[in-house]
Design a protein around this ligand. Structure first.
Ligand SMILES: Nc1nc2c(ncn2[C@@H]2O[C@H](COP(=O)(O)OP(=O)(O)OP(=O)(O)O)[C@@H](O)[C@H]2O)c(=O)[nH]1
Length: 397
């Protein structure tokens, strides 16, 4: 009986194990739940992987032309111009005075070479000088002295008369005046130059040209665009500065010119440049408010220290009228020098003499064209030589 029971138990175990072996594989084959999808940035992978070498090879093998990766060109570096040296510019630009040369060189010298220097001839000489904007007082003085010296010396030859005329013209331009520009920094503080004058006289252009002159002489320069009156003036100044690598400080449109001028000088001090050049708005000097504004620019800038140089820019082609306008500027700001622009566009080069005489301020620079380096330090003897068409050596001899 016991044996039967054991056999029955063994059969039962065998049956259970057999049933299990049929069920388990089915459980194993049940499909697993799908995994959530993840996005793969294939572009990033391609980039990281670098150029597809395998693909390129296979393309070579198949003869398919593969375009090379595009070459990214670096933006061109701004080219900084090297301005012309300033020495001898007036001599180099002397031909620009051709219209004035006709009056002085051909006209006056033609009169002086007449056989007889009679009263009529002397009057004609006087008229020529007045027409050339020398001014009545200066003309009388020049002619009187010339007559006297001619009489005393008994001068007759054209060369001698030319020499005497040249000497009188140089004398009228007072060669003893100090025409140097105060542009050197003092104890690490930049020199400050204020540029003033009526609209269109050439202030912005002159600022740009002076910056070039200074940079050619090895100085560092910062430009202040305090001409907030004319919107394009700041752009114009910035372009001038950019050409020679000078920074321009400008304010928002219609900003207070005094605050822009103040900021420019402050920036110049912070960046330790040698010279700060402040361009101001072209203002009609009969508008009291605008002139007051110029006075304010001066006062505000002077909070940083005294202004080293105030240059009055005058358009030579406006002649005696321009002179009357100019006088008002001398009452508002302490003008230390005159820049006479557009001398290339006038037959009235004698205005240089009238300007100095009437304003009592030295002409320090002259503009002889629109080109970037058409600004020359003024030198009376060289100027007179250019007017008369004489060589410096011939006159000095
Ligand atoms: N021929 C000649 N033209 C000049 C000379 N200097 C300046 N100009 C020209 O005169 C014009 C006026 O010059 P600007 O510098 O804009 O004058 P501005 O005084 O700043 O004028 P506003 O900003 O309106 O007050 C420009 O066309 C210059 O190129 C010069 O010496 N000779």
């Amino acid at each position: 009986m016991k044996e039967y029971l054991l056999v029955a138990l063994a059969l039962l175990v065998a049956l259970i194990l057999g049933g299990l072996s049929l069920v388990v594989p089915r459980l194993r084959r049940r499909p697993e739940p799908p995994l959530p999808e993840t996005e793969v940035d294939t572009r990033a992978e391609e980039d990281l992987a670098g150029p597809p070498v395998e693909a390129a090879e296979s393309d070579l093998r198949t003869g398919v032309l593969v375009e090379p990766p595009p070459v990214v060109e670096a933006p061109p570096l701004p080219t900084i111009e090297v301005p012309e040296p300033t020495a001898g510019r007036l001599v180099r630009l002397r031909s620009r005075l051709s219209r004035s040369q006709n009056v002085f060189g051909k006209g006056l010298l033609g009169l002086l070479s007449r056989d007889r220097l009679d009263e009529d001839t002397w009057e004609e000489i006087e008229d020529s000088l007045i027409t050339a904007d020398v001014g009545i007082d200066s003309t009388r003085e020049i002619v009187d002295r010339l007559r006297e010296r001619t009489r005393v010396l008994g001068t007759r030859s054209v060369d001698e008369l030319r020499t005497l005329l040249a000497a009188e013209l140089v004398n009228a331009l007072d060669p003893t005046l100090d025409r140097s520009l105060k542009t050197a920094p003092k104890e690490g503080v930049p020199a400050v130059l204020l540029v003033v004058g009526v609209n269109g006289a050439g202030k912005t252009t002159t600022c740009g040209k002076i910056a070039r002159v200074l940079i050619a002489d090895g100085r560092t320069v910062l430009l202040g665009a305090a001409d907030t009156f004319r919107a394009a003036a700041a752009d114009q100044l910035e372009t001038w500065g950019g050409r020679v690598g000078a920074e321009t400080v400008r304010g928002p449109e219609a900003a207070d010119p005094a605050s822009v001028a103040f900021d420019a000088v402050k920036r110049g001090i912070d960046t330790a440049v040698d010279t700060v050049l402040v361009d101001t708005a072209g203002r009609l000097q009969n508008k009291v408010g605008l002139m007051d504004e110029l006075g304010k620019v001066k006062r505000v800038v002077e909070k940083h220290g005294p202004i080293d140089e105030t240059l009055l820019v005058l358009d030579a082609t406006t002649g005696q009228n321009g002179l009357e306008q100019a006088r008002v500027f001398t009452e508002v700001v302490n003008v230390t020098g005159v820049v006479l622009t557009k001398l290339d566009g006038t037959a009235k080069g004698g205005i240089v003499i009238a300007v100095q005489r009437k304003l009592g301020i030295p002409v320090k620079l002259v503009g002889l064209g629109e080109g970037p380096d058409d600004l020359a330090p003024f030198d009376p003897a060289q100027f007179v030589d250019a007017l008369l068409g004489t060589e410096p050596l011939a006159r000095d001899a």
